[in-house]
Design a protein around this ligand. Structure first.
Ligand SMILES: Cc1cc2nc3c(=O)[nH]c(=O)nc-3n(C[C@H](O)[C@H](O)[C@H](O)COP(=O)(O)OP(=O)(O)OC[C@H]3O[C@@H](n4cnc5c(N)ncnc54)[C@H](O)[C@@H]3O)c2cc1C
Ligand code: FES
Length: 350
């Protein structure tokens, strides 16, 4: 397994490369590296019908995390490092509990859910993300989660549980089927300990409405609420359109991206300055998957514009932000490949 780490300082012994050191040290102990964070899978258990929880032991280069943050996990699949973001709960024993929902056709989630074996070592990134508990708790906190979007909110709820649930908190948690819900016993136990926490399960396969038409009256007065919404892109968009203007504060994180309307409108040429290659990629498709499909493997992590791993210089051309739709025409700017699509021919420092 190998990972791309940017801005790495030179190794302390000039003639000893970091890769050489790590190659031999990991043969003595799988988590010993010069400075690369790694994590070893110590245990796994089923979290729901389509999700597993992986208990990971990070090595000493992992700098820790705050509840609500994410990490990048990398696994070598078919000879390539495949990296995706996950939102762990930090356990008291220093381990990370990562719950992965199996996505049909998904590359890494299927591997982690079905094949990852105890003892296996993964590349690990440092924690990132800003969806933390507000420093001063608002008069009302409303958490909205769908699918795997429950994972960072679960970490926040564990923190609130330890703090004695200092204010009223409502969690509305959507799933298609009841057996797809994770952590229900844990949430019910928290609700049992703290009457200020209310759990609302919304199983759409049993008739519950989606977020766009859900009966929000059960949550009380929403005007003073701080809302945290997390889940697939469509869910977060629907929650934002319904609530952003009605609540005091709306914060969200999407785990998957919507597609731009430009997709399918021809292709553009991308010149890669470092490798000297010129590629034709579809207009409107995010540059990261478009480059990967052409055999280029830029460093990546969250694939949602959050972790900054895929930042790359653009020297000419117009790009479009795939989440906001905004066009960026300045000639020399850093861009995030995962949330930028080409609107015209481009030159990239790759
Ligand atoms: C900040 C952040 C934190 C995340 N935390 C978690 C977590 O704790 N647990 C977890 O299971 N996932 C989490 N995800 C999603 C995770 O990073 C992967 O996207 C997911 O595991 C699918 O990866 P894949 O390689 O299997 O799918 P890919 O091969 O990358 O994609 C296959 C298809 O699935 C779609 N897809 C990707 N993710 C989702 C999703 N979450 N819901 C619906 N469709 C999706 C893609 O758009 C694509 O069409 C997080 C994502 C982000 C950005
Ligand atoms: S991969 Fe995280 S910002 Fe692009």
């Amino acid at each position: 397994m190998s990972a791309v780490y940017r801005n790495a300082a030179p190794p302390p012994i000039p003639w000893l490369s970091e890769g050489f050191f790590d190659f031999w040290s990991t043969r003595v102990h799988p988590l010993w590296t010069l400075r690369r964070p790694l994590a070893r899978l110590l245990a796994r258990h089923q979290a729901s019908a389509d999700a597993v929880t992986l208990e990971l032991q990070p090595n000493r280069h992992f700098r820790g995390m705050q509840a609500g943050q994410h990490i990048n996990l990398g696994v070598e699949l078919d000879g390539r490092l495949t990296t995706r973001s996950y939102s762990p709960a930090a356990l008291e024993n220093g381990r990370l509990a990562v719950t992965v929902k199996r996505i049909a056709g998904g590359k890494l989630s299927q591997y982690l859910c079905e094949h990852a074996a105890v003892g296996e070592v993964f590349a690990l990134g440092q924690a990132f993300g800003e969806m933390l508990l507000p420093a001063v708790l608002p008069p009302k906190l409303v958490m909205l989660a769908a699918g795997s979007g429950i994972t960072p909110l679960r970490a926040l709820l564990r923190q609130l549980d330890v703090q004695g649930m200092p204010g009223p908190v409502d969690l509305v948690y959507w799933a298609r089927q009841r057996e797809q819900l994770c952590f229900v016993d844990e949430f019910k136990a928290i609700a049992g300990r703290h009457p200020a926490f209310r759990l609302h399960l919304a199983v759409t396969g049993e008739g519950a409405a989606r977020v766009g038409s859900y009966a929000l009256g059960s949550l009380g007065d929403l005007a003073p609420a701080h809302v945290l919404a997390c889940g697939p892109g469509g869910f977060v968009d629907a929650a934002r359109s319904r609530l952003q203007a009605r609540v005091a504060h709306f914060d969200s994180e999407a785990f998957s991206a919507p597609q731009l309307a430009e997709v399918g409108q021809g292709s553009v040429q991308i010149q890669l300055l470092r490798t000297g290659r010129t590629l034709s990629v579809p207009r409107g498709v995010a540059l990261l998957p478009a480059l990967e499909a052409a055999g280029i493997q830029p460093a990546s992590g969250c694939r949602m514009g959050i972790c900054n791993t895929c930042v790359c210089g653009k020297t000419s051309g117009i790009t479009r932000h795939t989440l906001t739709g905004e066009y960026i025409s300045e000639p020399s700017v850093p861009l995030k490949l995962c949330v930028s699509s080409a609107s015209t021919d481009l030159t990239l420092e790759l």
